[in-house]
Design a protein around this ligand. Structure first.
Ligand SMILES: Cc1cc2nc3c(=O)[nH]c(=O)nc-3n(C[C@H](O)[C@H](O)[C@H](O)COP(=O)(O)OP(=O)(O)OC[C@H]3O[C@@H](n4cnc5c(N)ncnc54)[C@H](O)[C@@H]3O)c2cc1C
Length: 401
């Protein structure tokens, strides 16, 4: 048979896209192909589990618009389908006087982005919300931030897609996309499929999947591992909700933070360490071809030249628990190494331009019968359902659905 759409990747972006397509066009035949044995096996299933408010993102960017809209949709979805979540609120904390102008800027961005209920708070008010954050100089309270079980969201999306008569097929790695004929021919490691259109939502491998279709984007994915510790049960009382530091403006990462999980556990992290393998979850994970590919990329060389010191600091912090804890103590001085145990890592797909610039916003490339999602960094899990709407709109326009 010839499908109407093949979607590559069953992370939250691929599944949200399939879900939105199947809701709007129930007659379409949709196939999601996922290389792993289950959905949400990479970024979506190994992230911090936070429902971001949208406070940080450049006004009018896709990240800002899709995060706010996606958050509302996500919370409604979780309520409707009984997926674990909690709107526990978050504090962003400045611990140095010098950070206050940047904190004020974040607040102003939040106002422009229409984030409900945000409030600048004094150190006393910070400690009323988070009693162990004792050395702040100012904070922002973001009551609409929360936590969610993203794997649970993806499992529910899968079942809704399948209820509509569509398929999510795991264990099929897309190797080649041939678009030389009217219909696309998609070859996996096990089989071959035909489709009128294709949407590439392959996360850490989205650039490679695009290349198999003859689309050579101007960006390359560079993997950055985020490592976590977890508070031992006797230390969980240090944290009530979400506690975030001031982000480093040079990077798209939010800094090592404390995150309450829906399981009740408290995670600390993630840091951001260059990974020598795109799906390298361990400190010593290494893939020769992928490492050479990254080292040869001019964008990575420029990034490394500019930020080598920060890169080394992150490496040191990766291997030294004491250094990791020092970062955490900026937020909660009472934390000690004995309070932490190791927790699994995640790997972020960071899209770099050849000039070394980090591509901040979500990014798509469209051909006559394909849409390639080439950058879907944080907050793409929060924004997933709105990204699905965005892709649906693009498909309607480009393919005259
Ligand atoms: C450490 C970390 C913390 C984060 N914290 C948050 C957070 O708290 N809140 C938030 O909103 N966002 C967070 N993010 C970002 C968020 O998780 C990602 O932006 C989002 O999950 C991206 O979803 P995706 O579907 O594009 O990618 P993925 O979830 O990586 O899915 C891509 C899928 O494509 C599959 N695939 C790849 N190649 C092929 C192929 N050739 N054939 C078939 N299948 C293929 C992969 O196996 C994978 O399942 C975090 C990310 C990380 C890594």
């Amino acid at each position: 048979m010839t499908y109407d759409f093949i979607i590559v990747g069953a992370g939250i972006v691929g599944l949200s896209t399939a879900y939105k397509l199947s809701e709007s066009f129930p007659d379409l035949d949709i196939l999601v192909l996922e290389k792993e044995d289950e959905v949400a096996a990479h970024q979506t299933g190994n992230n911090s589990g936070v429902i971001h408010s949208g406070i940080y993102y450049e006004p009018n960017s896709y990240r800002a618009k899709n995060c706010v809209e996606g958050r509302h949709q996500l919370v409604d979805f979780c309520r409707q389908y009984d997926v674990d979540h909690e709107i526990c609120g978050k504090v962003i904390v400045a611990t140095e006087e010098d950070d206050i102008p940047r904190l004020d800027n974040i607040f102003e961005t939040g106002k422009i982005n229409d984030i409900e209920g945000i409030k600048k708070i004094s150190p006393q008010e910070v400690t009323e919300i988070e009693p162990y954050v004792t050395n702040s100089v100012k904070g922002i309270h973001v009551p609409c931030s929360g936590i969610v079980d993203y794997v649970g969201v993806c499992k529910k999306l899968r079942s809704l897609i399948e209820e509509k008569g569509n398929a999510v097929t795991c264990g099929q790695e897309v190797k080649k996309i041939d678009n030389s004929q009217k219909d696309l021919s998609v070859t996996t490691d096990k089989s071959s499929f035909s489709s009128r259109y294709l949407i590439n939502c392959a996360g850490l491998y989205s650039d490679h999947v695009a290349e198999t279709a003859g689309v050579f984007p101007d960006i390359q994915i560079v993997p950055f591992r985020g490592e976590y510790f977890e508070l031992k049960p006797e230390a969980e009382h240090f944290v009530n909700g979400l506690i975030y530091p001031m982000p480093n403006p040079a990077f798209p990462f939010l800094g090592v933070h404390f995150t309450k999980m829906v399981s009740g556990a408290i995670e600390c992290g993630p840091n951001a360490v260059f990974a020598f393998e795109r799906e390298g979850y361990e400190k010593l994970s290494f893939n020769l071809n992928e490492t050479i590919e990254t080292l040869n990329f001019p964008g990575f060389q420029k990034l490394a030249q500019e930020h080598w010191k920060m890169g080394l600091d992150e490496w040191y912090r990766s291997f030294s628990k004491k250094a990791f804890v020092k970062g955490l103590q900026d937020l909660i001085p009472a934390i000690r190494p004995k309070h932490l145990k190791k927790s699994p890592s995640g790997v972020r797909a960071m899209a770099l331009k050849p000039n070394g610039e980090i591509l901040d916003d979500f990014h798509y490339e469209t051909t006559k019968n394909e849409i390639h999602v080439l950058n879907a960094p944080s907050p793409a899990a929060t924004a997933g359902l709105a990204i699905g709407d965005e892709i649906l709109e693009r498909a309607e326009q480009a393919f005259a659905l």
